[in-house]
Design a protein around this ligand. Structure first.
Ligand code: 6PG
Length: 240
C-alpha cells in the first residue's frame, strides 16, 4: 500500500477551511461534469465545524445529493445521531431538496434489514446493478484512536464484507450501519479529516504501512484518498 497522501494543518480551524474549499471544488467539478454532486458524510466531532462552515456557501445546492457513510443505530433526534448533527449544523440551513438528503434508516428492528434497505437506495440512486459498486463523488471519513473509520471497527466481521454496499458494524455491542470497504474504495475521491493527539498512534501505523489492517481498519481504505490532518494528530508521523 502506497504511503497515504497527507496534508498537515496547524489546527482544526485551518483544516476545516481547507476542507471546505476542497468539498466545494469537488462539488463544482462533479456538477459541471455530471450534473450532480453525490457526497457521503462522516460522523463524529471533527467534521462538525466543516458542516457549520458550509452554511451560506455559494454552490448549486439543488444539485447536491447527501448520504452518510455510517450511522449509530439511534433515531434522527437522538443526540448521538450523525445525521441529526449534520442537520442541526448545516442541512436545515441550506436549500438542498429534502428528498436529496438520505439519512440511514435506523427505525427497523433488524439493523441488517436497514442496511440492505440503504444499499438498495444507493443502487437505485446510482443505477448500480447487483454485484457492482457505485462511485460517490466524495466520501468524507474520520478516524478513531483505534484506527477505525466509518463504523468499521477493529477485528469485526464488517471489515471482511465484500458483497454488499452497506453492512452492520459493531461498537461495544452496539449496532451501527456502515459503508463497506469496497464501497468506500470505489469513490472517485475520499477525504479523511483527522484531528487530535489521540490519533497519532493509529496514524503512525497507517502512514508507515505497519500493523495488521484488521487492527487499524483505516489501512483497508486503499482508494483515492486524501488525508487532512492537524498538527496534533500528525506530529512525528507526517510532514507537510
Ligand atoms: C462515528 C464516525 C466515526 C468517527 C471517528 C472519529 O460515527 O463516530 O463515523 O468513524 O469518524 O470515530 O471521530 P472524531 O472525529 O469525533 O474523533
Amino acid at each position: 500500500m502506497a504511503t497515504p497522501n497527507g496534508r498537515v494543518f496547524p489546527n482544526l480551524a485551518a483544516l476545516t477551511t481547507a476542507a471546505k474549499q476542497f468539498v466545494l471544488e469537488q462539488a463544482r467539478g462533479a456538477i459541471a461534469q455530471r450534473g450532480r454532486f453525490t457526497i457521503a458524510l462522516a460522523g463524529g466531532n471533527t467534521p462538525k465545524p466543516l458542516y457549520e462552515s458550509l452554511v451560506g456557501a455559494d454552490t448549486p445546492w439543488l444539485q447536491w445529493h447527501v448520504f452518510w457513510s455510517d450511522e449509530r443505530y439511534v433515531p434522527l433526534d437522538h443526540p448521538d445521531s450523525n445525521a441529526g448533527m449534520a442537520f442541526r449544523a448545516w442541512l436545515h440551513h441550506v436549500p438542498i431538496p429534502r428528498n436529496q438528503i438520505h439519512p440511514m434508516p435506523t427505525a427497523d428492528a433488524d439493523p441488517q434489514t436497514a442496511a440492505d434497505r440503504y444499499g438498495q437506495l444507493l443502487r437505485q440512486t446510482f443505477g448500480t446493478p447487483e454485484g457492482e459498486f457505485p462511485s460517490f463523488d466524495l466520501i468524507l471519513l474520520g478516524m478513531g484512536p483505534d484506527g477505525h473509520t466509518a463504523s468499521l471497527f477493529p477485528q469485526t466481521t464488517a471489515l471482511t464484507v465484500s458483497d454488499r454496499l452497506i453492512t452492520v458494524g459493531n461498537k461495544d455491542g452496539q449496532p451501527r450501519l456502515t459503508f463497506t470497504v469496497p464501497l468506500i474504495n470505489h469513490a472517485r475521491q475520499i477525504l479523511f479529516l483527522v484531528s487530535g493527539a489521540n490519533k497519532r498512534t493509529a496514524l503512525r501505523h497507517i502512514f508507515s504501512g505497519t500493523g495488521d489492517p484488521s487492527l487499524y481498519p483505516a489501512r483497508l481504505i486503499t482508494g483515492n484518498a486524501l488525508w487532512f490532518l492537524d498538527e496534533a494528530a500528525a506530529e512525528g508521523v507526517v510532514e507537510n
